[in-house]
Structures are given as structure tokens and as C-alpha cells.
Ligand binder design. Structure first.
Ligand code: HDE
Length: 701
């Protein structure tokens, strides 16, 4: 049985340790108390002098309640403010004991508790889920030798090479400071001004203009540690490593026009998807892959492995799968867990270490610092979601909100109080040791020459895409730059595109009615023509099955009960889910008289919420739907977004009135009776019927 969604709130009594919890219910609700524990008699009226007189200062219950409310908010994250988290575990499937002494990588089959927070970067906490944006993919692993945070993104490269540029990047991406808009978008002058003056960002620009930044679900995106890290064995020998998370459901994204509409129809699209999937027992899963390499590889590779604007293509260095990450529990309290979780890149257990990537080094400073600001105390590690699940023992003490306070006399070391009362001691064998890297040289503010090639991998990403994906990159650039008011900024960006792909540059220039500028002057003039890498395409790494896919089934009174039963049975068998959309949310009466509740009324359940749709009205129902604008939008949007559409035998009037009848293609499959179900679902495995896009988009003509 999947776990039931929690609806009732549980109250602890008393606060603190060992309290029994009672479910609030009509019959056995616990007594409401103040924060000090005093039972409350009346929570509806403040204390007044006379029935209509002034409120009294003496009303401690009113004052305490409002005082607490006034202080409910903490600063939102300066980036990655909007996020959603879940609990789960990491399971080791392939030992790395010969390469690292990290405890988590020793014993195959062992599970380590995990908490993961996904996020968008630029938007505020309340922004919509489907902003075009990088997604954060931050994983906290509660290992037996301390917490390990892999604070990654769903894109393996970054905009900048040196942490010193991060405040500038984020300022430029966020709403412009004078007008405070646009929210959660990079389609504005400041962002593209900064980017067009920062050629090192060009590889990242190709990624963010691709459909990677409009993922279908957190469950259908990859995650990357981005930087090169080190694994250290017991002798201190180092192996470089890059971390990859690969989703079991394959890569899937939505299309831009759809994303814009999803943001209106369901701004919580991604968080709802994660919540629903976990509560239904469809636990999201990723493989952990590692790219392992040594100094010799690093020295012979075309690019600097310390440069976070570069990848190491999987074709050159395969990804070895060593474990799996499963999310199987939603949070009990969003604030306590998702909001208060504090990821820090410097949280690494023994056996894992940093490289000299200057972005990573800057991050190691920033994350600890930001948690103090956000959570208000150096004791944020006492908050349960941040607390290690292994023993913690040190002489840190006091500070705001100190929860775990050591007892006894010794609060320093060395001390001579003996092991009983003297407290913890260092352990030179078990303890964390940094890689003994030899580092010498003058102090310089300089960017290494080996970081200078800004275009070759940007080009490699572009040429690795299928034609439809290349088109989407061009469309996204035209859209974003069309929102930039200053033509010189548009032109400056196009001058970089010429160095990446002249055809792309020409397409974007045409889309903006711009004369092609001179190419940008490249820091490293020789741009390499690197071979395409299939791993970089979403479409080439799509899902193997219908698992996790959500179908929208549009029904009316009189819809064919046998067909509905056959379709939903087949969906269930293939681990897909469905929701019924109907003229009234109260539901429909099927042809056999069965009453069926609907999940959505049509205008509350537009087709953008589904991966594929089946339109199965009765003849009478189709005649009614044909005059209903939301019903016509339902089918025309599904068509425009290249979705597979199952067309019921009686639905012709609706498609006629939606103006689609003449355009129906192989992605629109007849779903007249139960015998058509298999063919329809087999087609749907493809996710989208991409050839249609050329027929529904002016830019493709
Ligand atoms: Fe972050 N980043 N970042 N970042 N980052 C934060 O930490 C920062 C970078 C990433 O779900 C902040 O707790 C600097 C790369 C994620 O709680 C802050 C630099 C990558 C999250 C911060 C970077 C990331 C953050 C804001 C450049 C991918 C959300 C709130 C040197 C590898 C974590 C917070 C969560 C959050 C700083 C660049 C990923 C301010 C200075 C590269 C997933 O500390």
C-alpha cells in the first residue's frame, strides 16, 4: 500500500524529548496552549476592557501569538530560493573501496539516509516552477563519518570560472534593481548584457537555452556535481572524480509554449509531481555515476579539469555507475525540513576532497556564511534536518538556540581530565585529511591560459543535439533576446554565437531582424570542432517506457466504459498514471451507467498538465465540447505541443471546431475501442511526435 497523504497535524506534548504525539481529531484533540504551555480558554477573542472597549496590554496570549507570527519568516535563499525536498536513501551497488576510504563507498548493498532539495535559481520562493532556469540538485548524505553534501545542478557546467564573478552573475540574472522585474526570468537586458560581456559563459548558455531548463519533472532530469573533486584512499592517494545522477525515467522536458501555460495552470507543477509520485509509491530514482581519472588523464585532456565551464564527454571518459538514490518519503513539515536544510559544499567526509577549481573554492566559503545569515545561528547543525546521524562530539558551545549542550567540566582540549570526562580526542587514522597537494607559485589575480577556450565545447553541445533540439535552442535565444531592449546587447550576444555555430547565429539574427555582426574576438582563436556526444541530448536519452507518465483522459457523460476500463488498465500495467478531465468536476456517467468522479473540470485541467491525452467523449458530449473554448484549447494545445493524442470514435466535432481535423498526423491515433489501446500506448513511449513541430511553428517554415 502506498503511504497515505498526511492531512491531520500532529502535536507534540510536551515539547522537548520523549513527548507522545496525539492526532488532532474532533474527539481527542489535545488542549491548545501558549508557547509556555499554559492552556488556552478562548482563541477567538482578545482581552478587552468591556465588550467594545480597547484591547489590553495584559493579553499575553494575543501578544505571544502575534509576536510569533511577526517573526515567522527567515530570509529566503539569495539564490535557489524556490525549492522542494524529499527524504530517501543512497544504496551502494559497486564498491569504490580500492579508490577511496569514504565510508559510504565501502559496502555494497548498504544504505545511507539522504535528503534532496531541488530548486530553481533565480526566482523568489513564491515563483512558478517552470521558469526557464537551471535546477539545483542538492543531495545531503548522512554518512557514518559525517554529512556529505553534493550541492549540484541539473547542468554539468556553470556560467563563470571564478567565484569572484558570482555576485555579478546573480545580480544580473535577478530582477533589475530599480524596477524589481522581471521575476524568475533571464529574458531582460541586465542578464544578457553581463552574459554577452562574459564569453566564458557561452557553453552554459547553450545548455540553458536548451530544454534542460524546462524539465518535465525533477524525476526526469540529471544531476551533476559540476566540479572535479578528489577521492582519497587510506594512503592518501588521490583519484579525480566527477559526479553524475542519472534518472531512471530517462530525460524528459516540456516545450516552451507549454511551460508558459503550465506556470499559469499549476505554478507548483514540479513540487506537486514529486509529492504525488512519492505518496503513490512511485519512488523517484537516480543512478550515481562517477567519472574517475588520474593526473595523466587530466594533463592530456583538451581542457582544464579545474574549469567548471567544461565537461569531460562520456565518450572519452565513461560514467561508472556505483549506486542508486531513491526518494521514498515526503517531508512532514516544509519549513522544518526543506526550508531549514542547509547545504554546504565543504561538508565532506574523510576520503572525499576538493580540487583547486576556483569556483568550488569560493563556494566552500559562501555556503557556511550564507547559512548563518539565513538560519541565524552557528547552531544550525542542531536543527534535525542538518544534524549528522553519526556521533558528533566537539568543544563548540553556546550561541543562539544552542540545543545540544555538552555537560561536564571540560570544554577545551588538550585537557588532562582523562578519557571519561575529558571529552573527545582527535583520531589521526579515522580523521579527515586533506590531499597533500604540492602548491607553489606567486600570488596572482590571474585566469589560467588553460581556461581560455570558451567556444569549442559550446559548439560541441550544439552539434550533439537533434535538429528539433537545435531549433529549440535557436527559438529560446530569439525569445530571450527579443525581451532585451538594447539592440547592441542583442548583437553582442549574436557575435558570440557566430563562434559557436554560424547557422545558429544566422537563425537568431534573422529571428531578431538583425544584421549579422562581426564575430566576437575569441581569447583562444582556434575553435575546435569536437565530435558530437550523444549523452548531451535529451531526446537521445529519453525514457525506455511509459513509467511515470501522466495521461489526461477527457470524458463526458456517455463515454465508452469498456474503452475507459481497457485504457486505464493498460496504463496501470505500464506504471503510468492518469487523471480524468470532464465538463464538471463532479464527474460523468459512463455508457454502462458507472458514475466516475473527475479530477479536473476542463478549464482547471488543461492538456499542458499531461504527457499525452485521450479524448473520448460520447457523441452528445463531443457536440457540447465543440462549443467550449477550454475543451478546444485542450486538444489544440496538445496538438501544438506535439503530444500523442488518442482520438475517440465520436470526438470529430471537437477536432473540427478546434480546426485540427485536416492537420491530424501519425501522432494522433484512433482510440475507437479497446483493441486500439496497445497501439496508442506503444506510440506514446516516444514522449512527443516531434515531426509535427515543423507544421505548427511559423519559425520552422
Ligand atoms: Fe550555489 N549557492 N553558489 N551553486 N547553490 C547557494 O547557498 C554560490 C554554484 C547550488 O537547495 C547558496 O544555502 C557561489 C554552482 C544549489 O539549499 C549560496 C557560487 C552550483 C544551491 C551559494 C555558486 C551551485 C545553491 C544560496 C559560485 C552547482 C541550493 C543559499 C562560486 C554545482 C541548495 C544557500 C539548497 C545555493 C553560493 C555556484 C548549486 C549563496 C558563491 C556551480 C543546488 O551560498
Amino acid at each position: 500500500m502506498p503511504p497515505a497523504t498526511k492531512t491531520a497535524r500532529s502535536f507534540a506534548e510536551p515539547q522537548g524529548e520523549g513527548g507522545e504525539t496525539h492526532q488532532a481529531s474532533e474527539s481527542s484533540a489535545p488542549t491548545l496552549t501558549t508557547a509556555q504551555g499554559a492552556p488556552v480558554a478562548d482563541d477567538q477573542n482578545s482581552l478587552k476592557q468591556g465588550a467594545r472597549g480597547p484591547t489590553l496590554l495584559e493579553d499575553f496570549h494575543l501578544r505571544e501569538k502575534i509576536f510569533h507570527f511577526d517573526h515567522e519568516r527567515i530570509p529566503e535563499r539569495v539564490v535557489h530560493a524556490r525549492g522542494y525536498g524529499a527524504h530517501g536513501f543512497f544504496e551502494l551497488t559497486d564498491s569504490l573501496a580500492d579508490i577511496t576510504r569514504a565510508d559510504i563507498f565501502q559496502r555494497v548493498g548498504e544504505r545511507t539516509p539522504a535528503f534532496v532539495r531541488f530548486s530553481t535559481v533565480a526566482g523568489s520562493k513564491g515563483s512558478a516552477d517552470l521558469a526557464r532556469d537551471v535546477r539545483g540538485f542538492a543531495v545531503k548524505l548522512y554518512t557514518q563519518e559525517g554529512n556529505w553534501d553534493i550541492v549540484g545542478n541539473n547542468i554539468p557546467v556553470f556560467f563563470i570560472q571564478d567565484a569572484i564573478k558570482f555576485p555579478d552573475l546573480v545580480h544580473a540574472a535577478k530582477p533589475e534593481p530599480d524596477r524589481a522585474f522581471p521575476q524568475a526570468q533571464t529574458a531582460h537586458d541586465n542578464f544578457w548584457d553581463f552574459i554577452s560581456l562574459t564569453p566564458e559563459s557561452m557553453h552554459m548558455i547553450m545548455w540553458i537555452m536548451s530544454d534542460r531548463t524546462i524539465p518535465r519533472s525533477f524525476r526526469t532530469m540529471e544531476g551533476f556535481g559540476v566540479h572535479t573533486f578528489r577521492l582519497l584512499d587510506a594512503e592518501g592517494r588521490s583519484t579525480f572524480v566527477k559526479f553524475h545522477w542519472k534518472p531512471k525515467l530517462g530525460l524528459q522536458s516540456v516545450v516552451w509554449n507549454e511551460a508558459v501555460k503550465i506556470n499559469g495552470a499549476d505554478p507548483d507543477f514540479h513540487r506537486r509531481d514529486l509529492w504525488d509520485a512519492i505518496n503513490a509509491g512511485d519512488f523517484p530514482e537516480w543512478e550515481l555515476g562517477v567519472q574517475l581519472f588520474d593526473d595523466e588523464f587530466a594533463n592530456s585532456f583538451d581542457f582544464d579539469v579545474l574549469d567548471a565551464t567544461k565537461i569531460i564527454p562520456e565518450e572519452i571518459l565513461p560514467v561508472r555507475v556505483v549506486g542508486r538514490l531513491v526518494l521514498d518519503r515526503v517531508v512532514d513539515n516544509f519549513f522544518a525540513e526543506t526550508e531549514q536544510v542547509a547545504f554546504c559544499t565543504q561538508n565532506v567526509p574523510p576520503g572525499i576532497d576538493f580540487s583547486n577549481d576556483p569556483l568550488l573554492q569560493g563556494r566552500n566559503f559562501s555556503y557556511l556564511d550564507t547559512q548563518l545569515k539565513r538560519l541565524g545561528s552557528p547552531n544550525f547543525t542542531h536543527i534535525p534536518i542538518n544534524a549528522a546521524k553519526c556521533p558528533v562530539a566537539n568543544f563548540q558551545q553556546d550561541g543562539h538556540m544552542a540545543i545540544h549542550n555538552p555537560v561536564g567540566r571540560a570544554n577545551y582540549e588538550p585537557n588532562s581530565w582523562g578519557t571519561e570526562i575529558g571529552g573527545p580526542r582527535e583520531d589521526p587514522v579515522r580523521g579527515f585529511r586533506s590531499f597533500a597537494e604540492v602548491a607553489e607559485g606567486p600570488k596572482l589575480r590571474i585566469r589560467p591560459e588553460s581556461f581560455a577556450d570558451h567556444y569549442s565545447q559550446a559548439r560541441q553541445f550544439f552539434v550533439s543535439q537533434t535538429p528539433i533540439e537545435q531549433k529549440h535552442i535557436g527559438d529560446a535565444l530569439v525569445f530571450e533576446l527579443s525581451k532585451v531592449e538594447h539592440v547592441d546587447i542583442r548583437a553582442r550576444l549574436v557575435s558570440h554565437l557566430i563562434n559557436i555555430d554560424p547557422v545558429l547565429a544566422r537563425t537568431v539574427a534573422d529571428g531578431l531582424a538583425l544584421d549579422l555582426p562581426e564575430p566576437a574576438v575569441a581569447a583562444r582563436p582556434t575553435i575546435q570542432d569536437l565530435p558530437p556526444s550523444d549523452a548531451l541530448s535529451i531526446i537521445k536519452n529519453g525514457p525506455p517506457s511509459l513509467e511515470g507518465r501522466k495521461f489526461g483522459i477527457l470524458l463526458t457523460d456517455g463515454s465508452d466504459a469498456a474503452l475507459f476500463a481497457a485504457l486505464t488498465k493498460a496504463l496501470d500495467a505500464q506504471s503510468a498514471v492518469f487523471e480524468v478531465v470532464a465538463p464538471k468536476v463532479g464527474g460523468v456517467t459512463l455508457s454502462d451507467g458507472t458514475a466516475l468522479a473527475a479530477k479536473h473540470k476542463i478549464d482547471g485541467g488543461p492538456s499542458v498538465l499531461f504527457d499525452a491525452v485521450a479524448v473520448l467523449p460520447s457523441a452528445d458530449g463531443a457536440a457540447l465540447l465543440a462549443i467550449d473554448k477550454p475543451a478546444k484549447d485542450f486538444v489544440s494545445d496538445a496538438f501544438a505541443h506535439c503530444k500523442f493524442i488518442g482520438i475517440g470514435a465520436a470526438s470529430a466535432p471537437l477536432f473540427d471546431k478546434a480546426g485540427l481535423t485536416e492537420d491530424l498526423d501519425e501522432g494522433c491515433l484512433r482510440l475507437g475501442s479497446a483493441k486500439d489501446v496497445d497501439a496508442f500506448l506503444a506510440a506514446c513511449v516516444q514522449v512527443r511526435h516531434w515531426p509535427r513541430e515543423l507544421a505548427v511553428d511559423l519559425d520552422a517554415q
